[in-house]
Design a protein around this ligand. Structure first.
Ligand code: ADP
Ligand code: MG
Length: 259
């Protein structure tokens, strides 16, 4: 069964049409990128999938079950995870403890002070850290980590809820190109191994074209293209409306030149 199916999503903010008849589907293990200029409606679309925003109309189905209108926590319970920035209050805790907190929250455990919080779910936390390549840093405080490493810990925390679908809104913002590629490589590997669907947005077209199975192009709230990277690359409307505008056509020509 299709993991995520979105039909006829509409959202207006006053006179701004942020989403217009947005429709797409995503299968388990697939990586789908949403690209588009600033203000195209990418975050709005994400937020309607995650329950942060209620659509004016339209439907979101997860495994065939309607989830539109549910609260974010309920959507998360049903299997849609998203990466959140580690809160400032948690940076003094160790890497492992941050992941353990994610596991504790997912398993709905109430942890009282003096309890075995520091050992609770530690083996599971270490397994998740292994997946994202951060096992060796398990006992370091998060505040000591490089930015790109923090992002990998955030990915491990998101995986603590064993999501069927992972939403990543600009996951590599602020990262150096090498760290960016690494994070996307890790995400893609985990998604394929664990059959997790990934929906992400990204400004870096190298990351988009290298890591997605499919790309949606959103312009002023409307999907103007939906296809495999090669199809989107060749789409005349995309070139004209979006890629040319963003100066990405040149980047893609350079990329093709390298292949
Ligand atoms: P993107 O993520 O593609 O940059 P957004 O989804 O954030 O785009 O925004 C789409 C449009 O909706 C923009 O014109 C933006 O200004 C508007 N918008 C988004 N969120 C709100 C809001 N909460 N209130 C009013 N306008 C909003
Ligand atoms: Mg956005």
């Amino acid at each position: 069964m299709t993991l995520l199916k979105v039909t006829g999503l509409n959202k207006r903010f006053g006179g701004v049409v942020a989403a217009k008849d947005v429709a797409f589907a995503l299968e388990a293990g697939d990586i789908l990128a949403i690209i588009g200029p600033n203000g195209a409606g990418k975050s709005t679309t994400f937020n309607m999938v995650s329950g942060q925003l209620r659509p004016d109309s339209g439907e979101v189905l997860l495994d065939g079950q309607p989830i539109s209108g549910l609260a974010p926590r309920e959507v998360w319970r049903r299997g849609i995870g998203r990466t959140f920035q580690i809160a400032q209050t948690f940076v003094s805790m160790s890497v492992a403890e941050n992941v353990q907190m994610g596991l504790i929250s997912w398993h709905d455990r109430i942890v009282t002070f003096g309890a075995r919080a520091e050992t609770l779910y530690r083996p599971e936390a270490l397994r998740l850290l292994d997946l994202v390549g951060m096992r060796a840093d398990a006992d370091r405080p998060v505040r000591e980590l490089a930015y790109g490493d923090v992002k990998r810990v955030e990915l491990a925390i998101a995986l603590a809820s064993a999501p069927k679908l992972l939403l990543m809104d600009e996951p590599t913002a602020g990262m150096a190109p090498k760290e960016r590629a690494q994070l996307m490589d890790i995400t893609a590997t985990i998604a394929r191994q664990r059959k997790i669907g990934v929906l992400f947005t990204e400004h870096d077209m190298d990351a988009v074209f290298a890591h997605s199975d499919r790309i949606l192009v959103l312009v002023r709230g409307e999907i103007i293209a939906d296809g495999k990277p090669d199809e989107v690359r060749a789409n005349a409307r995309v070139k004209q409306v979006y890629l040319g505008e963003m100066g990405v056509a040149a980047a893609m020509r350079a990329r093709r030149g390298r292949v």
